[in-house]
Design a protein around this ligand. Structure first.
Ligand SMILES: [Zn+2]
Length: 253
């Protein structure tokens, strides 16, 4: 059984067949899904999905892309939403200097505010860090009480070691099956297995040989296979350990 710790089923890419895809997941050994929010509306939608499907859990938060579009009162809304029993994290939050859809100072401000919210609510965080490793890690270190996961980890082995020392988790998706994945594979072969989680980032980042197509949780075994090859573990063992890690991290009974 697999735990897809990062999938966006509220995304419009699933508008035509969401119920069909979700209904089929259990038959494909997907037992749990974490659906993070990317803005306030999407956080609401994530909770709605979690209310509809017993195997879906939600995180609430504003993605760095959307940082420019939120106001201070939206943080209060997130706080209210986070009280829902199926909300297990604040996310996804962080910095994205690759697309720069929001000005960097605004991204940093909203990131810090949501880290503070996670600290206040004692919830873990789901981090999005693209081409912003230095600033992102600096803000992470400003909140030593907060534990989180770097989703789609793309940093160096050196930074991974520091994050692991702080008790953080790293999660990986179809990007590790791409040709340029050397750095991630190095991190996966080094890191302790009890801090590694699997994800799809659906509808994005379909693993090879489906690269470029819409992704969903049914493709997570392809990510697990890549990990099992690097770690010389069976697919079943990778599935079991990463699912346990996800349940532990998100405090899912
Ligand atoms: Zn995401």
């Amino acid at each position: 059984m697999f735990f897809d710790t990062h999938a966006h089923y509220d995304d419009p890419a699933f508008d035509n067949d969401r119920a069909e895809v979700l209904a089929g997941l259990k038959d494909h050994q997907i037992s749990l899904v974490m659906n993070p929010g990317s803005n306030v509306a999407s956080s609401h939608a994530a909770i709605q999905l979690a209310e509809t499907y017993d195997f879906i859990y939600a995180a609430v938060g504003v993605h760095p892309h959307e940082a420019k579009d939120i106001a201070d009162h939206d943080l209060n809304t997130l706080e209210t939403l986070a009280a829902h029993t199926k909300v297990k994290a604040i996310g996804e939050i962080g910095l994205d200097y690759y697309y720069d859809h929001s000005p960097r100072d605004i991204q940093q401000l909203r990131f810090r505010q949501q880290m503070a919210l996670a600290e206040q609510l004692r919830l873990p965080v789901i981090i999005h860090d693209r081409e912003a490793h230095g600033d992102c890690f600096q803000i992470v270190r400003e909140f030593p009480q907060v534990i989180g996961v770097y989703h789609c980890y793309s940093g160096s082995l050196e930074m991974a070691k520091q994050l692991l020392d702080l008790g953080w988790y790293l999660s990986f998706n179809g990007a590790i099956t791409f040709k340029n994945a050397r750095k991630s594979l190095e991190v996966i072969s080094y890191m302790p297995m009890d801090r590694l989680m699997l994800e799809t980032d659906a509808p994005y980042l379909s693993p090879v040989p489906f690269r470029g197509k819409r992704n969903d949780s049914r493709r997570i075994p392809l990510v697990a296979e890549a990990v099992s090859a690097i770690r010389h573990m069976s697919l079943e063992e990778v599935a079991r350990v990463t699912t346990e890690n996800g349940k532990h991290f998100f405090r899912i009974p």
